[in-house]
Every structure is written in C-alpha cells, then in structure tokens.
Ligand binder design. Structure first.
Ligand SMILES: [Zn+2]
Ligand SMILES: [Zn+2]
Length: 329
C-alpha cells in the first residue's frame, strides 16, 4: 500500500557498547514492521563537529529518514554514551516495540506535534502546550490557552495545523488527541470519560498511560461499536480481525487530514471497502498500542510527575458523562 522507502542509519562512536544490542533490536523491529528488506547503514563518528553535522545525540543514535525519533527536546548533539528511557527502565537501546513505532510513524506524526513546526515557532513551546493541555483535559479542567502558552504565534500555528482546538472565549477544547467536543471516539475510565479525535487516540492514550480503561469507537462501514478493553495499558481479548487505518502522506491539518481517517474497522473487508482511497496502511491493535506508547510517552511522564497516574480512575478525566453515539442497536 505504501511505496515509501525508509532510510535507517545507526551512528555510534568507536567500540560503542550498545551497538550490537541496537542493531539486533532494529533488525527485529524492521522484521515486525514488514520492512525486512531495508538496508541498515552504519557510521562511526568520534568527532563532536561531525556529530553536530550528522544530528548525533550520543552513541548510539538511530536516524530514521535522517531524523532522530528518540531525541528528547533540548538535547545537544554529542558523542557521549547514550541511554534510552524505555517502558522497562533505562536501557542501551530503545525497545523493539518503540522501534516499530518509530519506523511505522514516518511522515504523518499521528497527533503528536512531531511534525515540523512552522518557521519561527518554538518547538519546545508547542510541545509544552500539547502536554500541559493534555493534562488539563484529562483532569476535566477548563483552562485558558493563554495560561498554557504565552507565545501567540505558537497558539496560532497549532490551531492552523489542526493540533489545537480553542473556543471563542479562548478556553482549551482539544489538544494531543483529547477533546472536550463530542466525537465518535472516547476513553472510559472508572465512571469518567473523555472524547478523542480518533480511534488511534482512544486506544493509544490508555496504552501509554498503562491504565485500566476502555476505548470505544465504531466501524465507519457498518457502524458497529468496537470496544478495546485495556488492563494496565495492555489490550484484553481484542478480536484479531480488527484493523486500524493509519493515514500517511500530506498532513496540513492534523484532525482533518489524519484523525478523521484514523478509524478502527471490524474487519479487513470493511477497511478495504472504505479507507484505501487515500494513502496509508492497516495496523493491528498491538501495532496501535506500540504507536500509542511512543506518541503519548510525554503525557504519561507529565501525569506520572504529578503522581496522578494511579488516582486517575477515580478522580480524573472528563466532566461530561459518556455521550450516546449514533443510533441505538
Ligand atoms: Zn464494520
Ligand atoms: Zn488522532
């Protein structure tokens, strides 16, 4: 379905201790992502000036199409030894799941503000706005967007690119996948609920937060309601036939171009009957979980920093009761 060629390059210093681990996990991830024919290239860089030119953020650095998907914002280029924060703690290389997510997340950046921000706009401020806004929406708080970000250009750019929803009074409505506006997709957690922009958000967010929750969405073809039950962020008894359409390619407006097409289907037949006019590809629910963990790792960190992850099921998220969707039956 896609003809996109992925370029994967591993940058290391001479005798990097984690080179073998990184290459082994990358090969496993390429296999799993259906990219087994991709050639891995390697470059040894010991010179700091060369590291800057190459975009090397420590050894090892993995470049996917020339971009370091694991670079944390504010990290300087360097040739020092690098550790990765993985779901299993600090490690010498990202986990295979995280690598799959990075390799399958090319060019569309689902709901994560990872798209290049317009010139002159601070990427750090855009990310902060996304994360702080997410926390506020998750808690069901009404906040002024100007309280989360004091750079009008950033707010403006995020609204125009479909990454931020604000009402006429300047109150935050949606960001980073969550929205106070009713949609076909929602996350239920205890007796609270919050809507999301798309099915990927509804499944990916509780996966990243590693919580007990239910993602509810519906098959656009037949309208049947689809429930993905998660325990500790892992899917429980999800039918193997369900497929999520991951749109790819041009994304001028995140909600319109990406989220509106990122639907979960009850079967591959219903997916191919509806989704495949645009470019993109079909993912299984476990694929969606991997992408979700990588996409909302920042939000999970922010909630964990506030020690909120555990109390969430009783006290947080959503002020509205779950809205009824579609026609009954
Ligand atoms: Zn269906
Ligand atoms: Zn989305």
């Amino acid at each position: 379905m896609t003809t996109h060629r992925v370029d994967v390059e591993v940058l290391t210093v001479t005798d990097c201790r984690h080179r073998g681990l990184t290459l082994a996990r990358l090969r496993a991830a390429l296999d799993r992502a259906g990219l087994a024919d991709v050639v891995l290239t390697e470059r040894v860089i010991d010179d700091p000036a060369e590291a800057i030119a190459a975009g090397m953020h420590g050894s090892p650095t993995i470049l996917v199409d020339g971009h370091d998907p694991f670079a944390e914002s504010g990290t300087e280029p360097s040739v020092s030894c690098r550790l990765f924060r993985t779901p299993n703690g600090y490690d010498g290389a990202p986990s295979v799941e995280e690598l799959v997510a990075a390799l399958t997340d090319l060019g569309h950046a689902p709901c994560d503000c990872r798209e290049p921000v317009p010139l002159g706009v601070s990427e750090a401020a855009a990310r902060r706005l996304g994360v702080e806004g997410f926390v506020a929406l998750w808690r069901g708080e009404r906040v002024m967007v100007t309280d989360l970000c004091d750079e009008p250009m950033v707010i403006d750019a995020q609204v125009r690119s479909g990454r931020l929803e604000v009402d006429d009074a300047g109150v935050l409505v949606g960001v980073h996948g969550l929205t106070a506006r009713p949609t076909r997709h929602r996350i239920e957690c205890g007796d609270a609920a919050v809507h999301t922009w798309c099915a990927l958000d509804a499944i990916g967010i509780p996966a990243a937060l590693a919580i007990d929750a239910t993602a509810l969405t519906s098959c656009p073809r037949c309208g049947i309601e689809l429930e993905v039950v998660l325990r500790g962020g892992k899917p429980v008894d999800t039918p193997a036939a369900w497929r999520l359409w991951l749109p790819e390619g041009r994304c001028d407006h995140l909600v319109e171009d990406f989220c509106n097409n990122a639907n979960l289907y009850c079967s591959n037949d219903h997916l191919t009957a509806t989704a495949t006019k645009a470019s993109g590809r079909a993912l299984t629910v476990p694929d969606v979980i991997a992408i979700g963990r990588a996409t909302w790792a920042d939000a999970a960190d922010a909630l964990a920093d506030r020690r909120d992850t555990h109390s969430m099921s009783t006290t947080l998220i959503g002020t509205d009761p779950p809205a009824a969707h579609g026609s009954p039956g």
